[in-house]
Design a protein around this ligand. Structure first.
Ligand code: 5AD
Ligand code: SF4
Length: 444
């Protein structure tokens, strides 16, 4: 490890899930509070933080190739070689191994990043700087308060997972399920609204498992956030079917600020595969939950995650996934080829590994079906009038881009500013986005 000067500028690059985006923002706030300045250009930064994802193999390899790219650039400008910090789930899973393999300066796990400034100072003194502890005291209390955010902000309320799906590394990298305290969350939500947020997405690996000692449940937390003036929209992700409690389902009928969108991963439509995945729900119990959610909020947009080619998955079992997709009619989904993760039970099922070509073929067929449903869902919103939260400028002159209640991207020609809510009529529906015409400007 090289002795380095104290970095003055930094760049954070986050991979993977929304929680990593949130963690990346919090790390940036931490370093800004230390007097460092953020830079958009990774090549110009004194410190590059790669906030990594370990969920699939390709994500891990991307980190190593990114480290290589930073190094290669630094070789051309030897005096300004940046300090490299690896944060996130690859840091947690690989620890010392990254230092050995890639000779990075700092390694910090997702539960320890409040120590990042101290670790950076250690590395600047030429000392080894690795922290992958999962301390009992949460990192959140040690983070600075929120200052400036966009109209749509993330707020982590729950971390970790006790479900141990047999393919998944999350229980190992993020640790056991922990809920943040009610008051801390409400305070952070108010700070986010004061800092410019109009929409808050509550985050957790099992967000609907959020609870406190009095059994408030996620719906109780949502009811509290509903009372915050200036907050217009509430979302939450990712949920587990087994934690979909009645109160939360009812909240979709009762809380106007709660957006009509539910991301509820199912992974497979085959009961045999679900059991082998240790999902602890069946195809049928999953579909029954969706029936109840739809009864509470008929226009709700449904989303999910799928894995194709789980070990031993047969063509007939894959066909059950396709039929489930048709039964549900999702509005948008994520789908992946199974990727063996070291240390997980499924990675031991080598004799059942599905050949790459078969996985490619299944993924393509699944995505064709999912795209068809997404296009149909979007077409179904044609002619509807809805509120769009303006999030950024579009490519065309006067065009702005925002989100519908159903989480679709909507292009609107408007002079509304970022953060305003506009009422639009949807006049065009493409497979991936909508176009709308502004109606009446809603009072801010
Ligand atoms: N291989 C492929 N996909 C995975 N996911 C989690 N672990 C794996 C894996 N080993 C997917 C699941 C999960 C999403 C976040 O990532 O679909 O819901
Ligand atoms: Fe991973 Fe399953 Fe936990 Fe989701 S519920 S994080 S897929 S172990």
């Amino acid at each position: 490890m090289n002795a380095q000067k104290n970095p003055r500028t930094f760049h954070v690059k986050s991979f993977g899930c929304q929680m990593n985006v949130y963690d990346g923002e919090r790390m940036a706030e931490l370093m800004a509070a230390q007097g460092m300045t953020a830079t958009e250009d990774a090549n110009a930064a004194d410190l590059v933080v790669l906030n990594t994802c370990h969920i699939r193999e390709r994500a891990t390899e991307k980190v190593y190739s990114d480290i290589g790219r930073i190094r290669k650039h630094a070789l051309r400008d030897h005096d300004n070689a940046p300090m490299i910090a690896i944060a996130g789930c690859v840091a947690q899973a690989e620890g010392e191994e990254i230092v050995r393999r890639a000779k990075v300066d700092v390694v910090v796990g997702p539960q320890a990043y409040h120590n990042l400034p101290a670790l950076v100072a250690q590395a600047a003194r030429g000392e080894s700087a690795l922290d992958t502890d999962m301390p009992l005291a949460s990192k959140f209390g040690a983070l600075p308060s929120r200052r400036k955010v966009g109209p749509s902000a993330f707020l982590t309320v729950q971390e970790g997972c006790d479900k141990f799906c047999t393919y998944c590394v999350v229980p190992y990298t993020r640790g056991a399920e922990v809920s943040r305290p009610f008051d801390a969350i409400v305070d952070e939500a108010k700070a986010l609204v004061d800092a410019g947020a109009r929409e808050i997405t509550l985050l957790g690996q099992n967000v609907n498992a959020w609870d406190d000692e009095t059994g408030t449940g996620l719906h109780g937390l949502i009811a509290a956030l509903d009372k915050i003036d200036g907050l217009a929209r509430i979302r939450y992700t990712t949920s587990h079917p087994n934690d979909m409690r009645e109160g939360l389902i009812r909240a979709h009928a009762e809380v106007e600020k709660l957006m009509p969108f539910l991301h509820l991963p199912v992974q497979s439509g085959s009961d045999r595969v679900l059991k082998a995945m240790n999902r602890s729900h069946s195809r049928d119990s999953y579909l029954r939950i969706l029936d109840r959610v739809r009864a509470a909020r008929p226009d709700i947009a449904l989303s999910g995650d799928f894995i194709v080619g789980f070990p031993h998955e047969t063509e007939a079992e894959f066909a059950e996934t396709l039929s489930l997709v048709d039964a549900v009619g999702y509005s948008q989904c994520f789908s992946f080829k199974y990727s063996p993760r070291p240390g997980t039970p499924a990675a031991e099922m080598i004799e059942g590994f599905v050949p790459g070509q078969v996985m490619d073929d299944r993924l393509q067929r699944l995505q064709t079906a999912l795209n068809r449903h997404q296009a149909a869902f979007n077409a179904g919103t044609l002619g509807r009038t809805c509120q769009v939260l303006i999030e950024r400028k579009g490519k065309l002159h006067g065009q702005m881009l925002g989100k519908s209640p159903w989480l679709q991207s909507v292009h609107v020609i408007t002079d509304a500013a970022i953060g305003e809510m506009v009422e639009v009529e949807i006049v065009r529906a493409d497979p991936n986005s909508l176009a709308g015409v502004e109606r009446v400007r809603a009072a801010a």
